[in-house]
Design a protein. Sequence first.
Length: 734
Amino acid sequence: TDDQSRMNICWKNLVSGSSLAVCRPGFFKASPQSPSCSKCPPHSYTHEEASTSCLCEEHYFRRESDPPTMACTRPPSAPRNAISNVNETSVFLEWIPPADTGGRKDVSYYIACKKCGSPSGLCEACGSHVRYLPQQIGLKNTSVMMVDLLAHTNYTFEIEAVNGVSDQSPAARQYVAVNVTTNQAAPSPISIVKKGKIAKNSISLSWQEPDRPNGIILEYEIKYFEKDQETSYTIIKSKKTKITVNGLKPASTYIFQIRARTAAGYGGFSRRFEFETSPVSVAASSDQSQIPIIAVSVTVGVILLAVVIGFLLSGRRCGYSKAKQDPEEEKMHFHNGHIKLPGLRTYIDPHTYEDPNQAVHEFAKEIEASCITIERVIGAGEFGEVCSGRLKLPGKREFPVAIKTLKVGYTEKQRRDFLGEASIMGQFDHPNIIHLEGVVTKSKPVMIVTEYMENGSLDTFLKKNDGQFTVIQLVGMLRGIASGMKYLSDMGYVHRDLAARNILINSNLVCKVSDFGLSRVLEDDPEAAYTTRGGKIPIRWTAPEAIAFRKFTSASDVWSYGIVMWEVVSYGERPYWEMTNQDVIKAVEEGYRLPNPMDCPAALYQLMLDCWQKDRNSRPKFDEIVSMLDKLIRNPSSLKTLVNASSRVSNLLVEHSPLGSGAYRSVGEWLEAIKMGRYTEIFMENGYSSMDAVAQVTLEDLRRLGVTLVGHQKKIMSSLQEMKVQLVNGMVPL
Ligand code: AMP
């Protein structure tokens, strides 16, 4: 009984926290020195008396480093809402944290990569060539980028949330899976180049296919130059993996670099390989033999000098000359201060051909009409219907295509103009330029067959999917367009009609530049208007110098690209709303620019403003735009800073005037007109009872008023903006 009463006292004391005796079940005391027993923390228990710790409930765990007073925890649930963005052979994943962190703060993420779709139908691990940025394991942020994936491959990425006790749990892993298919990509660099036979004027080379060809290799490009004389180099093309380079100087060191080309374009050059020709007095040497260098005789020196001088004087300083070697090889010489990138062809204007039919057949493949099945009409072009269908070429699998037809009763000029687009498109080969399959000219109707873009034109697609994409997805689209435009500008092609309506988008959200033509481009664009100088120009998309004095350049294409950025971020909004073309020209000339679209990352709006610099030389180049967007994609947190909403509104109001003078008599009438009548009462009750008061509304105000639907916020804000623009004819002054 003594014991009993002592225990009773103990329990009583325990409640008051001053027990010095053993603890009862459900309580513990970590060390005998502790003054009191503590209740077992959540998800733990003890059925024993005098416990020094509590045990975790089933499915709950404790890390060794967790203090005994800490609750038992469990692994987190799966991450949620994972989205992917594919860019050639890179995949960006973003997700939101798990709903249940398991009671711990140390949640991180692990990415498992599986390559699927092998003939066996099984998935296999991706292998070590895939790189994860910033890392694969222990990710703290909710995004990751995988690079160096294989092209045209199905991958499954499993994003698993883990915490400090995940490794103790026998339960199944909690992950969210994302399936993606990579796009085409350029081949990887060639890593091994070997020298073969070496003579005084020639070196034979052989090399291995790149590790990742990413497609069928169409040809190799061999660049070489005499050591330390890089400004004058020669390029040879070859379809084989070996070549003999002739016409070299004896006893001289040459640098060689090789790259491969597939339908996706050129891969990177290999590293530099250095080989030396044999001295003049030796007929030939092989790989193994080491021949002492003998000085080149004076006579040879003089001859060589004459050859070099003759070459330099031949007037081909900035261009290249083509000299056919082998039918398999093409050789080009580049000289000091070359302008074009090595190996990149220049666009040839089909107008330079006397016979336009010859241009078509030079650049486009003739397809037999019987290979094409037309399925349905998907659009209307200037020259006839645009249809979707299928193409079955002999020995190839059938695949979907778009077919543009030339309507019956065309004139010869119409036929020429129609096929002109194919002559231009056929010269391009880039993942962000619409790909030409071929033409049908030998039978009627005349057709242009291109790859099929499931989601049609970008402006319509964005309007249909208003607010549905993450910023990263939008930036991915813009990156693709910029990359296509970089290719065109490198080729020397100026588009002149770059606009979201002329971008096509496929089911993987890959954007491709389309609508190529010469004068025709602007003829068939309903947006194009006649200027005072007689040309037809899509005013809202065109740089001021192109409108004023027809100065169309890649820099004016950059201006249009800025407008496309604005269209994309605002989901297909019409640039400058319903302002007239004349007002647009005037406002832009006076230095006003479009305001930032709603929820626009500051970095993107800054890029738009850069594209709209009055001085065309100050605008960024397309390669700079591509790198800038790549940087943003790699570091998505840089997109979190939005343009300050309030500064935006005050910027917009160049001078403050009451809103809607004459346009709408009351707030109710205005809201009704934009089909937002349901908010009239809320507006009135909160003091926005006049159009003047409404002028002050910001996005935050709308949210506060309970306008939570993004679509509605957008409708109201753009209507306000539109009214203000009409009223003060003012966009953002630069
Ligand atoms: P265009 O004459 O090139 O402006 O084409 C008219 C319309 O046809 C476009 O706005 C698209 O909706 C559709 N279209 C044209 N080409 C394609 C294509 N390759 N894939 C899917 N739709 C296309």
